[in-house]
Write a protein that binds this ligand. Structure first.
Ligand code: SIN
Length: 182
């Protein structure tokens, strides 16, 4: 059980894996059980706009599956920054984080089904088209998806959903640059 006023583990599975704009004491690869990463959360504050939201990842309950990512040990004061960064529908959820040799208590930012920005499932092609089109104050939605896929691959984390979206995005960019330079 984590203690108030003590450093606590936060499990990152999306942009937290590749964009650490917060101090941490330690980071380790880890996994959480019973969850799947999906591009089902809308983003109108970071990777899209109110009238044209982008898509970012959230966690969907998936018994029997594991979601791999990175856990960061952070001081309690860091949560103020993280709560603000993850404010568009994400809430802290207590979770057991498995490392190679031990399991620790921590939290994860999850955007639950039914939050105001939740978009839910869509065909992979439609998700990729939306991501390819959208951009917001933090930059292109495409960058979010590609950097996430790269970080997962570099760490040998498997995620067919993310890799499928990445492949579709790369294909779209190939065909648009071929179109621009016949
Ligand atoms: C996370 O990275 O753990 C939460 C979702 C996100 O910020 O992309």
């Amino acid at each position: 059980m984590s203690q108030p006023n003590q450093p606590n583990w936060v499990f990152g599975y999306g942009s937290l894996i590749w964009k650490q704009d917060f101090p941490f004491l330690e980071s380790r690869p880890g996994r959480i059980r019973g969850w799947a990463r999906r591009f089902w959360q809308g983003s109108h504050d970071h990777r899209g706009l109110a009238h044209d939201p982008g898509r970012v990842v959230t966690l969907i309950e998936a018994p029997g599956e594991v979601c791999e990512g990175f856990a960061f040990l952070v001081e309690p004061s860091v949560f103020e920054h993280l709560d603000h960064r993850e404010k568009n529908g994400y809430q802290r959820l207590p979770v057991a984080i498995e490392f190679a040799a031990e399991t620790v208590a921590g939290v994860v930012y999850r955007a639950a089904e039914g939050n105001a920005a939740f978009l839910g499932p869509a065909p992979a092609e439609a998700i990729a088209a939306q991501i390819n089109r959208c951009a917001g104050p933090s930059g292109p939605n495409r960058e979010y998806a590609i950097r996430l896929a790269q970080a997962l691959r570099e760490n040998d984390f498997e995620d067919p959903h993310v890799f499928e979206i990445e492949a579709l995005l790369l294909q779209k960019n190939r065909s648009s640059s071929q179109g621009a330079n016949p």
